[in-house]
Design a protein around this ligand. Structure first.
Ligand code: HEM
Length: 136
C-alpha cells in the first residue's frame, strides 16, 4: 500500500504544480497587450493544461486504488472527495478560461485571476488536513 500512496502523493504534487501555475499565466495574459507575447503565453498555457490533465489521471487513479483496494472509509474521506470534485471543476474551468483567451473573448481582469489563483491553495490545505489529521 505504501508504494501506491507514494505514487498518489507524487502525482497529486505534479498535478498541483499545474493548478498553481496555469492561473498565474492567465494573470499575465489578462495584463498583456503585446500580440506576440500573448501568443507565446497562450501556447505555454495550452501545453501546460494538456500536461496537467494527463497528470490528474494517475493522481486520482492511485487515490481510487487506495480507497477501494484498502477499504478506507470515514467522513474525512467523503469530505475529501467533495473537495476533489471542486478541484476537478476548477481544473475544467481553467480550460474554459484558456479557451476564452484563445478566442480573444476574455472579460475578466488580472485582479480577478489573482484571487482565482488562490483557490487551489485553500483546497490543498483542507484536503491535506482531512487526510492526515482525519478530524472526523
Ligand atoms: C479520487 C480522489 C482521491 C481519492 C479516492 C483519495 C484517497 C486517498 C486515500 C484512501 C489515502 C490513504 C489515507 C491514509 O493512508 O490514511 C490518500 C492519501 C493521501 N491523499 Fe488522496 N485521494 C484522492 C485525491 C487526492 C487529492 C486531490 C489530494 C491533494 C489535494 C490528495 C492528497 C493525499 C495525501 C497528501 C495523502 C497521504 C496522507 C498520509 O500519508 O497520511 N488525495 N488518498
Amino acid at each position: 500500500m505504501l508504494w501506491i500512496k507514494a505514487l498518489h502523493i507524487v502525482f497529486v504534487t505534479a498535478w498541483f504544480a499545474g493548478l498553481f501555475y496555469l492561473p498565474r499565466i492567465l494573470v499575465n495574459l489578462a495584463m498583456e497587450t503585446d500580440a506576440a507575447a500573448r501568443a507565446r503565453l497562450i501556447t505555454m498555457a495550452r501545453k501546460l493544461y494538456r500536461f496537467m490533465t494527463m497528470l490528474a489521471v494517475p493522481a486520482l487513479g492511485f487515490g481510487l486504488w487506495l480507497w477501494f483496494g484498502y477499504h478506507f472509509s470515514g467522513a474525512w474521506l467523503m469530505a475529501k472527495l467533495l473537495l476533489v470534485m471542486v478541484l476537478l471543476g476548477y481544473h475544467y474551468y481553467c480550460g474554459m478560461l484558456l479557451e476564452a483567451f484563445e478566442q480573444n473573448r476574455n472579460t475578466r481582469s488580472h485582479v480577478w485571476y489573482r484571487w482565482f489563483n488562490e483557490v487551489p491553495v485553500i483546497i490543498l490545505l483542507l484536503v491535506v488536513i482531512l487526510v492526515v489529521v482525519k478530524p472526523f
